[in-house]
Design a protein. Structure first.
Lengths: 287, 379
């Protein structure tokens, strides 16, 4: 098992004729993901990397029976792309696009919720269930199959953490995105990892800004019965400065790394302070 | 993107939200003339893009005409949190019965906008939220429906216990939400919203932050941008597709990805060093981007060592290595450089750097330790 994506995921790529879309469509396909179609309005009928291109998401889904979509379209069209996907019948939408206006994300997430569709992102690296499927932009070499579930707000930091699981591989690794408003949060992923028999331990990779880590900590304390490890980036970040991600900002004294670390500790989450500590800690906690 | 109070009030006024009579000025003489127009007593308010100007002495009430010019001179000469005051708002002094807080922002966890109001106006709402959350009235806004009449009317009743005032307040909230949505704001705030002796509601202060991600569809906002509030090096970095923030330490860092960049800074501190900056080179990084990154970091005289930490995915390590070589060849760099490049094309990168003075490390902790030691040696 794994969560969100596996060998049965049938993926379409929105924005497949763009530079990033085409590049990652190829890499995802090479990884073994069933990439069944792509969408770029006006380019229907073409083929990219052997993948048929359609003019609309609805047409792509009808023709290919896709159940997931990944979005690479530019930020000014991403809100519409999210809505189009939400209305198309897919169950999962991963939005890689960075710089989506917050109100566009909010609207799309609200619509998706009413239709029972899950959005991951925006501004996220996507998800990988090693050995089964990759729906995202992460370098495949950093991951291999195993029992550790990882959920993270970052991109490259996620790869760094995954590369430090030592002799253990990963069940699923999800980057939920660095924006203030995202479709899937820590708690959504923690629930799925708790219910996934293959996942034996969970790593939460958080960062400054907002209060999702604190809420995740509460959830862990109440519902999660598996070993949970936590890492928080941004202890040295100054207040009122946006640290790259739109969501990574300490404002009005809240959202600090210290608060989040304290919340983790009081929930019994094993806090790691440098990625290289993880392998040893996992060895001690996974039987 | 933040804008000044006087700019926010112009937006409010155009939307039909009442604001005091006031004039923005840039010199003490202009201030004196403005005071003639608005009358005394008047309030002089420094226009800077940071909070806490009141505590810093940037807001002063003036009762006599002859005091306007000297007071304006004092405020226009001061710096608040490192920002020089160059603009002043001369505002009429309104007789106030009571003060309120009103704001609309994004509730990140609930994934929707939220309207907040409180009878505890004038103070920092974050403090109220922490110490007495029951004093804050909330309307969760359904993004598909917008803010609903009954929501704002009910809050109005709780605040004023009067039908007429409640409906005036309700209309004002609707207008505020229109601004929030139409201009893609991340915050609109009136603190304080005042009830005057005459029984009117007035926005005595105003704050608007725009969502940076939505600026592409609001060309009208560019005219409101005040470059005085922005660090020039951070702007230069932004133009080159880099995200840079200057800090006060001596270990410069170049990292790909914001999360990894923050984690690298934290690790520098953990090993006894102090990061000189945050720098995210972003996804697809060309050698040219690296050259710019190196130049920006080296322009900070505090920097005694540079740490390059790259986990290659979209970013190719050989691009980074080529950029490093180009940068070191261009300028004779005396500062030691430690590079840790893993992931996409790491082998190529190592080969490229073999004959260069760049020190390499394989693990993140190892690289950080080495950079911290090098920075200490250089002192």
């Amino acid at each position: 098992m794994s969560i969100l994506i596996d060998q049965n995921t049938r993926l379409i790529v929105q924005g497949i004729t763009g530079r990033d879309g085409a590049f990652h469509a190829r890499l995802m396909k090479e990884y073994g993901t069933q990439v069944v179609g792509g969408v770029t309005p006006g380019k229907g009928g073409q083929e990219i990397e052997g993948i048929p291109v359609f003019n609309s998401v609805a047409e792509a889904v009808q023709t290919t029976d896709a159940n997931a979509s990944i979005i690479f379209v530019p930020a000014n069209f991403a809100g519409d792309a999210l809505l189009e996907a939400a209305f198309s019948g897919v169950e999962l939408i991963v939005c890689v696009t960075e710089g989506v206006p917050v109100l566009d994300a909010i609207k799309a997430i609200a619509v998706a919720r009413t239709r029972g569709v899950r959005i991951v992102g925006p501004n996220c690296p996507g998800a990988i269930s090693p050995g089964k499927a990759k729906v995202g932009i992460m370098p495949a070499t950093a991951f291999r199959p195993g029992p550790v579930g990882i959920v993270s707000r970052s991109g490259t930091l996620t790869y760094e953490i995954a590369a430090n699981t030592g002799k253990f591989g990963q069940s699923t690794v999800i980057g939920i995105g660095g924006d203030p408003v995202i479709g899937t949060n820590f708690i959504d992923c923690l629930k799925m990892f708790q219910d996934d028999p293959e996942t034996k331990a969970i790593v939460i990779v958080g960062e400054i800004g907002g209060s999702d880590e604190e809420k995740a900590a509460q959830f862990v304390q109440q519902y999660v019965r598996k070993p949970v490890f936590g890492f928080i980036a941004g202890q040295t970040a100054p207040p009122d400065k946006r640290m790259g991600h739109a969501g990574a900002i300490i404002s009005a004294g809240s959202g600090t790394a210290q608060e989040k670390i304290r919340a983790f500790q009081s929930a019994g989450i094993d806090v790691i302070y440098e990625p290289e500590e993880l392998a040893e800690k996992l060895k001690a906690r996974i039987m | 993107m933040k804008i000044h109070e006087y700019q926010a009030k112009q937006i409010f006024a155009r939307a039909g939200i009442p604001t005091p009579r006031e004039v923005m000025v840039k010199t003490p003489l202009e201030a004196k003339q403005a005071a003639v127009a608005v009358g005394v007593p008047a309030v002089l308010k420094a226009q800077v893009l940071v909070g806490g100007r009141g505590k810093a002495g940037g807001v002063k009430r003036v009762d006599r005409f002859e005091d306007v010019q000297p007071t304006a001179e004092t405020i226009l000469g001061m710096s608040i949190k490192g920002l020089k005051v160059t603009k002043l708002l001369v505002s009429e002094c309104v007789p106030i019965k009571s003060e309120f807080y009103l704001g609309i922002t994004i509730d990140r966890s609930a994934r929707q906008p939220v309207l907040l109001a409180s009878a505890a106006g004038g103070v920092e709402i974050e403090e109220v939220a922490k110490t007495s959350p029951e004093k804050i009235l909330k309307a969760e806004i359904d993004p598909l429906l917008g803010i609903l009449q009954f929501q704002t009317r009910n809050i109005g009743f709780s605040l004023f216990n009067d039908l007429k005032l409640a409906s005036t307040f309700s209309t004002l909230c609707q207008k505020l939400y229109q601004i929030f949505v139409q201009r893609d704001c991340s915050l609109v705030e009136i603190n304080p919203l005042v009830l005057t002796d005459a029984g009117a509601l007035l926005a005595l202060d105003a704050k608007i932050n725009f969502d940076d991600n939505a600026l592409f569809r609001h060309p009208e906002n560019e005219a409101l941008r005040d470059p005085e509030g922005e660090e020039p090096k951070e702007m230069e970095a932004k133009a080159a597709g880099l995200s840079y923030i200057k800090l006060s330490g001596n270990v410069g860092c170049i990292v790909n990805g914001a999360g990894l960049a923050m984690a690298t800074m934290d690790l520098i501190k953990r090993y006894g060093g102090e990061p000189a900056n945050f720098l995210d080179v972003g996804g697809s990084s060309s050698p040219e981007k690296m050259v710019t990154a190196m130049r920006i970091i080296l322009s900070d005289p505090n920097v005694k060592a540079i740490l390059v930490n790259i986990f290659g995915g979209i970013t190719r390590c050989d691009d980074i290595a080529q950029g490093l070589i180009a940068a070191t060849e261009k300028a004779k760099i005396k500062v030691p450089i430690v590079a840790r490049l893993v992931g996409t094309n790491a082998e190529k990168a190592c080969a490229l750097l073999a004959d260069s003075p760049v020190l390499s490390a394989t693990g993140m902790s190892e690289a950080v330790k080495l950079a911290v030691i090098k920075a200490k040696e250089a002192r």
